[in-house]
Structures are given as structure tokens and as C-alpha cells.
Design a protein around this ligand. Structure first.
Ligand code: PEP
Ligand code: MN
Length: 338
């Protein structure tokens, strides 16, 4: 249920209302807008409860029938702008987040940072913890990788982003990096989602490869419900019957649908959808045309030497060319590549 207050309601009136909500064992979440305050009431809201809320300061009471409340656009008309340092995601910018699949060594990650700096890219992606299909493959540098990412920020001013797979690593990683990521394989790891809700850093939530749109939004709802409002959704391709031409099908429709159903920024990861660097430009452009607020792209200073996802990692020249191609496309739809 949403309670919309009349403009100029006093702090005392709002506090009284919050107490009344709590007395009914419901959870109030207060949003103070420029013009008016809106209170979201979470929990088992019955018709009797809805009808019991009226009063001098209340403009209207609305029942939200969707299973997701906090993520829904009904709840929050304006697209949320998530700030990563001084970079804003969710406004007119289309934000490029790029970097290698994994942090591999100091030399590699510093070379990657240089590649991004030259292109004026502000946020680096690189995983310190790796979800690998095979236990024999490179598993990531763990905490050492987080330390290297922090060093990248200190030396270059880039914002750094990384995946976390284990509940215990969430608060640790939040100390080292500027933005955390829930990988596709963990989209429905609810204990992990709750932990992401407790941190004060923005979170990229990737859609699971077999997750429906509703399941994806409900996963975001977990993070929002547990206290973190800075959630960015990421379409990264869904399981496909195609056997070899690409790894997953980038669900371009999902980008548009998620943007209309939720107020959260939506980005796309064409790299894990494609699995093949030659497809990245086409998929990136399709994602931007569909309304993506940003792109998450794998690029490596020396892809032949990459320890994970080598085939889909762009060469530095390819990343530069992609930026050049995306700029006029962004402008044509009234946006700016940032
Ligand atoms: C990644 O971004 O490094 C990754 C592992 O992607 P996904 O979780 O989408 O497979
Ligand atoms: Mn990867």
C-alpha cells in the first residue's frame, strides 16, 4: 500500500502515521520528495487496513497489487538515478562500464585501467571472485584482487566494480570497491541478496540466465527491502537453443520491459550474452536503442592472455571503435555516452 501525503504535512503528522503503521505490524518506508512525502507500507496489507488509513494529512491511499512494491514504477514514477562516485546511472547518460573479466595481476589490471582512462571511461569492471563452471579453471584472486582494485582507484581515480559470491565477502568487498555485482548464477541466492541490502554501495543485479522478468524484479525487491536503494538491473542474455553461434540470447525486449515496469536503471552486458567479441558492437547498439542506461563490457589489454572469457574480451582498439560508434547513436536518441 502507498500512502500519499498532502503537500506541507508536518513532521509530527508523518511521525504519527509511521507509528500507526508500525502498530499494525507493518513496515513503513518513507520517501520525502520535493513536493510531498510518500509512505510505502510493506507487509500483509488487507482491505481493512487500507480502509483504516484516512485523515487530515492523507491525500490518497493506493493498494499495490503487483508482488513487487519497492521496485515498481507505480511506487516511484521517476527513474532512480544511482550514483557511483560522481558518475550518475539512470539519467540521460549511457554509462560505459568496462574492463577485464577477472583481476589477474597488478600488471594486467593497471594496463586495463590505462586502456579505460585513455577512452575517458569512468568505471572499471573486474571480478576478484569468479563463478567458474569448472573447478579446474582460474577461480580469481579473491581478497588480493580486491586490494588491486582499490589500488586502481587510488592511482587512477577510476571507480571499480566487482562480483561477490559469498555472503561473508559482501561487507569486505564493500570496503574496497565502489560498486558490487550479483552474478547471474546468484540472482536467486536470497541470503546473498539480503546481505547486499545491508551495504551502502550500489549494486548491479544480473538477471539469472533462466529467470523470468518477475523473478528478476523480485530479486531486486529483496535488496531494496533490506535497505539498499541503489540497485541497477542488468540483462546479460538468457539460455538459448542456439548451440554454437553465441552463448546466450541477449533479451533486448527485457531491457525495455524492465524499464517500464521498474524505476531502477537497467544496463546490458552484451559480452556474456555473446561469448564472442565480434558480436559485441551489434548487441551493444541494440541494447542502447532499447533504452539501456549503460553497458557492462569485457575488454582486456591483451585478450589472448586473458585467464577467463578470452574469446569475448574486446581488444583495446575494438573498445575505442565501439565508443566512437555508440556516441552518435546515443545522441540520436537524446542521450550522451558517459
Ligand atoms: C561476469 O560479469 O563476470 C559474469 C560472470 O557474468 P554472469 O554472472 O552474467 O555470467
Ligand atoms: Mn566474464
Amino acid at each position: 500500500m502507498i500512502i500519499v501525503l498532502k503537500p506541507n504535512s508536518s513532521k509530527e503528522e508523518i511521525a504519527n502515521l509511521v507509528d500507526r503503521i508500525k502498530e499494525k505490524s507493518l513496515k513503513p518506508v518513507v520517501f520525502e520528495g520535493d513536493e510531498r512525502t510518500v509512505i510505502h507500507v510493506l507487509g500483509n496489507v488487507t482491505d481493512d487496513i487500507v480502509n483504516s488509513f484516512s485523515g487530515k494529512c492523507i491525500e490518497k491511499v493506493m493498494r499495490i497489487l503487483k508482488p513487487f512494491k519497492l521496485a515498481s514504477r507505480e511506487h516511484h514514477e521517476e527513474t532512480t538515478v544511482v550514483k557511483v562516485g560522481n558518475v550518475e546511472i539512470g539519467n540521460e547518460n549511457v554509462v560505459m562500464i568496462a574492463g577485464p573479466c577477472s583481476v589477474e595481476s597488478e600488471e594486467q589490471i593497471m594496463a586495463a585501467a590505462e586502456m579505460l582512462k585513455k577512452l575517458n571511461i569512468k568505471i572499471m569492471r573486474a571480478s576478484a571472485f569468479k563463478p567458474r563452471t569448472s573447478p579446474y579453471d582460474f577461480q580469481g584472486l579473491g581478497i588480493k584482487g580486491l586490494k588491486l582494485l582499490k589500488k586502481v582507484r587510488e592511482k587512477t581515480g577510476l571507480m571499480v566494480e566487482t562480483e561477490v559470491m559469498d555472503v561473508r565477502d559482501v561487507p569486505i568487498a564493500a570496503e574496497y570497491v565502489d560498486m558490487l555485482r550479483v552474478g547471474a548464477r546468484n540472482m536467486q541466492n536470497y541470503d546473498l541478496l539480503k546481505e547486499f541490502g545491508k551495504i551502502k554501495k550500489p549494486v548491479i543485479l544480473k538477471r539469472g540466465m533462466s529467470a523470468t522478468i518477475n523473478e528478476c524484479i523480485m530479486a531486486a525487491e529483496y535488496i531494496l527491502y533490506h535497505g539498499n536503494k541503489d540497485v541497477i538491473l542488468c540483462e546479460r542474455g538468457i539460455r538459448t537453443f542456439e548451440a554454437s553461434a553465441y552463448r546466450n540470447t541477449l533479451d533486448v525486449g527485457a531491457i525495455a520491459v524492465l524499464k517500464s515496469m521498474t524505476h531502477l536503471p537497467v544496463i546490458a552486458d552484451p559480452s556474456h550474452a555473446a561469448g564472442n567479441r565480434e558480436l559485441i558492437p551489434a548487441l551493444s547498439k541494440a541494447a542502447v536503442a532499447a533504452g539501456a542506461d549503460g553497458l557492462l563490457i569485457e575488454a582486456h589489454p591483451n585478450p589472448e592472455k586473458a585467464l577467463s572469457d578470452a574469446a569475448q574480451s574486446l581488444y583495446p582498439e575494438q573498445l575505442a571503435k565501439l565508443m566512437d560508434e555508440l556516441r552518435p547513436l546515443c545522441e540520436a536518441i537524446g542521450r550522451k555516452l558517459g
